[in-house]
Design a binder for this molecule. Sequence first.
Ligand code: AVJ
Length: 334
Amino acid sequence: LGVDSLSLSPSPQALSPSPLAEEVRTGLAKTPKRLSSRFFYDAEGSRIFQEIMHAPEYYLTRSEYEILDTHKSDLARLFAAGGYEVDLIELGAGDGLKTKLLLEHLWENQVAFRYVPVDISEDALEGLVGTLRQQWPSMTVRPQHSDYFTALERLSGETRPHRAPTRRVVLFLGSNIGNFTTSETIHFYRSISSRLLPGDLVLTGVDLQKHPAVIHAAYNDRQGLTRAFNLNLLRRINRELDANFDLSAFDHYETYDPESGEARSYLVSQKAQQVQIRALSITVPFAYGEVIHTEISRKFTRTQLEQLANETGFSLTNWFTDCKEYFADVIFQK
Ligand code: AVJ
């Protein structure tokens, strides 16, 4: 009895910690230290990312916008081919600026569809849904504030409406795939694949391998937006976990390795220092020059994407690029 009643009153630490708290506790105990880029997107991080998308060096968004604008009618035809109704499920919708191009085209061409934007940033999602309701009040929009895997779980639990044959089209735009490691990528596409039916589609936006200097510049913009974006992670930890990172004692550093296709972002400790994270009751030591790895932004080749499709239960059926061939939007069919 004594033991049972004790277990009913857990210590404060046992009360489920936030995902950020878990990440900071485990990531800063690793060698080398690391923090996942998924925690970049608090309100301020989402705002800075909007600015990055307008930076002259950050070509990714403009390239993908060009692709979707040029090929929106091809895409709409693929989505609705065979008279299907379309369930558009967008993973990591963000501000949805590029998706609006597609939605507008589908809407104006009377394609029957339902739009399910999924995002981990509540701020980004609310903003998106607000503008959609304003622009198209009778469009069916079902926002989901969750991570990708939770959204996929819900998807597989849901039965498809009987009213008409429905095709699921999963949108994963903006090179968000680049943030995964290779094994996460395979796991991700397999778990999507297992939740789809034959004929369903995934449209993925991927950044392509190109002159390394072009990629390097995209993550080292002259206005310092990428730097502010990276450092904002420390500001978020200060605020949410009562920590005392001195932002002026950390720098932004990015490398691009053309052999692996990985751009990597780091925060560099510019002196030997100790940081208190009071909500976790820990002190984290940093050596002079020590780094925290905060992001991978992987760049692909077409061959790698064909392989990915084949390894995960899909085939690559369509490939759309911008005029510079910087970026691709690729269709995987189940
Ligand atoms: C939103 C993940 C595609 O990796 O290019 C931009 C985020 N990081 N600048 C990317 C980001 C630094 C971006 N993604």
